[in-house]
Ligand binder design. Structure first.
Ligand code: MLT
Length: 202
């Protein structure tokens, strides 16, 4: 566990050109999604940072004013910081910056969505579990060639289905190739989410 640009993170090098950028949910850390990476793409390198914001001791990737209401100024700064981290980590570890796939859950999925909207060159693909619209970009990003898999929960008490649908529509309008799939579950991940994401990635 080391630090690049102030991000405590896990880096696991594999024999693959692909890198998975793992982005945990509120209260998680850099170790949380490492087992998920083994299920999604066991051959890919793993880059897994810990969110730099603390909410009552719980790590997050950006501040929020209330549940589902984001501090947009902070979100913009944190998204730029995460983009810089991925770029710096690619130089440090020698992975291909053009073959980065984000796998994010909840708060981590939301900052991955913000990366797509504000720094569209950082991610080639993104798997977003339980994501919502993080913000509306001032300049429309060009997401042609970017693939996004959204896995949403029909019974999610935190993310309204319309919100994830709005995110899917936005990303599609900006040129991304988007697949939205529904699980019967709530905000927690199930086997079905992981299996569908794995099949999509393959
Ligand atoms: C967020 O704050 O990103 C969303 O409300 C999801 C969460 O982390 O609870």
């Amino acid at each position: 566990m080391t630090s690049v640009l102030g991000f405590t993170h896990v880096w696991e090098q594999r024999d693959s050109p692909r890198t998975l950028l793992l982005l945990h949910g509120t209260g998680g850390d850099e170790h949380d999604l490492v087992p998920l990476a083994a299920m999604l793409d066991p051959d890919a390198n793993i880059l897994s940072p810990r969110g730099q914001v603390l909410e009552n001791g719980a790590p997050r990737f950006f501040r929020r004013l209330a549940e589902g209401i984001f501090d947009e100024a902070d979100l913009r700064v944190r998204t730029a910081g995460l983009a810089d981290f991925v770029t710096a980590a690619a130089a440090e570890y020698g992975f291909d910056p053009l073959q980065v796939t984000a796998a994010g859950f909840s708060n981590g999925a939301n900052i991955a969505a913000a990366l797509l909207l504000l720094n569209p060159r950082i991610l080639r693909r993104a798997v977003l579990f339980r994501a919502m619209v993080p913000l509306t970009p001032e300049t429309p990003p060009r997401l042609d060639g970017t693939k996004v898999f959204l896995s949403a929960g029909r019974a999610d008490p935190l993310v309204q289905p319309e919100n994830t649908e709005r995110l899917a529509t936005m990303l599609t309008q900006y040129g991304a190739d988007v697949e939205l799939q529904w699980s019967p579950l709530g905000h927690t991940l199930g086997k079905q989410d992981v299996a569908a994401a794995k099949a999509w990635l393959a």
